[in-house]
Design a binder for this molecule. Structure first.
Ligand code: ADP
Length: 304
């Protein structure tokens, strides 16, 4: 047994390995539509330092914490999975709210065990979704156990961030960056906006999803879908395509007698209907919050 694990309850290690350590299916940057700026920034900040640590020493040593912020469903989790997959890293996927709800009682010890396992399994990407709920001002009504988990978490985060030998990358994700205070921002010195997909990004998502489906969409149809989906997130586009894909099935009179080959291609009319059912999930007001936060605290878009 590794020295770093010798004071840790084997049951906890097992739990961590079962629940948090995920082997993400291989995913490449091409699976993520658009987001060219974010992808470039992530390479410089995270991927290259993981792959070539010897080039990133001294004043080139990158900060260990990268915050991904932006509206829900824009690809933050995809980016985190892709980083782990491309850097051959162990991937820890933690949702901050499950951290405080699931492990009440043993939470503190679990957090310590988690970071110990992360050290042993380097290189490691620790992805913490909903980081705002861990880092925001603690409320008075909070249970003592929850408070202790948060405190331990901060101690561990700081430990990770300062040890230059460890190849551990902390990725935080949030839809509510405005709730992070100054101390929280300091722990994530690099903050990257993951925005709604632009026109080209939306087109790529539809094209990728339709590639394996029989369809009769022309270029002009694709243009029309892109025109009508301004403000849709990546996840909204995904839902839209799935809704449209149901169209041909819905028009079948007796589903029990139909074979796969008889199903008509997915057509523009299916998208027209889907567009009436699937509306953008991000409000302009939410969007404004991210744009404001980006202006104040985000990484620059100079290379964009
Ligand atoms: P979040 O930003 O909330 O972490 P996710 O990364 O989990 O969002 O994205 C949710 C789903 O939306 C993905 O599984 C994918 O289907 C779709 N999606 C979002 N953004 C993109 C994108 N840029 N390219 C391709 N699919 C996307």
């Amino acid at each position: 047994v590794d020295d770093r694990l010798k004071n840790i309850d084997p049951k906890m290690i097992e739990m961590i390995e079962n629940e948090i350590l995920t082997t993400p299916q291989a995913i490449t940057w091409d699976d993520i539509a658009g987001l060219g700026h974010a992808k470039r920034a992530v390479h410089m900040a995270v991927i290259y330092p993981l792959l070539k640590p010897e080039l990133f020493q001294g004043i080139r040593a990158p900060p260990k914490g990268l915050l991904l912020f932006g509206p829900p469903g824009t690809g933050k989790t995809l980016i985190a999975r892709c980083i782990a997959s491309q850097a051959g890293a162990t991937f820890f996927n933690i949702s901050a709210s499950s951290l405080t709800s699931k492990w009440i009682g043993e939470g503190e010890k679990m957090v310590r065990a988690l970071f110990a396992v992360a050290r042993v399994r380097q290189p490691t990407v620790i992805f913490i979704d909903e980081i705002d709920s861990l880092l925001t001002q603690r409320t008075d009504g909070e249970q003592e156990a929850t408070r202790r988990i948060k405190t331990e978490f901060l101690v561990q985060l700081d430990g990770c961030g300062t040890s230059s030998e460890d190849r551990i990358i902390l990725l935080g994700a949030t839809n509510r960056p405005q709730e992070l205070d100054e101390a929280a921002r300091r722990r994530f010195p690099k903050r990257l906006l993951v925005p709604l997909p632009d026109r080209a990004g939306r087109r790529t998502i539809v094209a990728n999803m339709m590639r394996k489906q029989v369809n009769s969409l022309t270029d002009a149809h694709m243009d029309e879908i892109c025109d009508q989906t301004n403000g849709y997130s990546g996840a909204d586009m995904d839902t839209l395509c799935r809704e449209a894909a149901y169209g041909p099935i819905r028009s079948i009179a007796d589903i029990t007698t139909v074979s796969v080959d008889d199903v008509r291609p997915i057509a523009m009319e299916d998208f027209a209907y889907a567009l009436t059912q699937v509306r953008p999930s991000v409000s302009p007001k939410d969007l404004e919050i991210h744009i404001e936060f980006n202006k104040l605290y985000g990484m620059s878009v100079a290379d964009g």
